[in-house]
Ligand binder design. Sequence first.
Ligand SMILES: [Ca+2]
Length: 268
Amino acid sequence: MPEPFFTQRCSLNQCDQCALPHLETMTTETADKVIAQYDGHTLQSHFQTIKSLKDISILGHEALARINKEQQIDTTQFFYQLTEPQHVIQVDRLCRNIHVRNYLHQEQTSNLFLNLDPRLGQHINHCPPYFDSLIDKYSIDPHKIVIEIVESHIPNIELLPTITNYFKNLGCKIAVDDFGSNNSNFDRLWALEPDFIKLDKHFIKKIMLKPNAREFTHKLLSLLHEFGPVIMEGIETLEEYQLALETGIDYVQGYFIHEPAPNIIEPQ
Ligand SMILES: [Ca+2]
């Protein structure tokens, strides 16, 4: 068994294997898209719309990796099977690389939400800088980038400001991802000072089963709004959409609004 990820250090500290020039040798750009190859796998970008419930405008799109090796592989499983720090860093960075370039291909001007593997936190000072190089190379407006972090997957609360400050100093925004799953807590929200909070996709399913779902969601929102606007993920039915609408959720995301797709087609 490999030793747990968090006790390992990349054996190639400050090497160039995780830097932008090397990683881009693993990407291929065609007329309409950018893909990456990693250890026999093909990595592609899909995008899912996040919509305002107040004025039905588009807040932005979350980039989601699709991974194939002869057939499509579960992305979460793929990430968590990577145990070597260098491999986690490379795949995470490759995904952000192709997502940013595919987004630029589509000439989008709304926010781009990018997931960051929370296991990277302890390596942030041990790897060559990356995201600033990406921003510079492609002349990206950092204010349009929202970095999604699953705070409950970062065991050491002291690491949170180190991670978020790097991105905030570049001009990016921060979203707490999957809030309400695992051991999410308010201490970590204070430490992160997020611009957005994304409720875990299972949250809507759970509250739909509660007789006092609306009242409960109202109370939770009054607390969460102290931190920032709230995005409800996992909206898959009309009933879930209506509940979100009635309870004062700011933004929604899910299959009912828009299925993830390589090309962004704005929902009507
Ligand atoms: Ca996410």
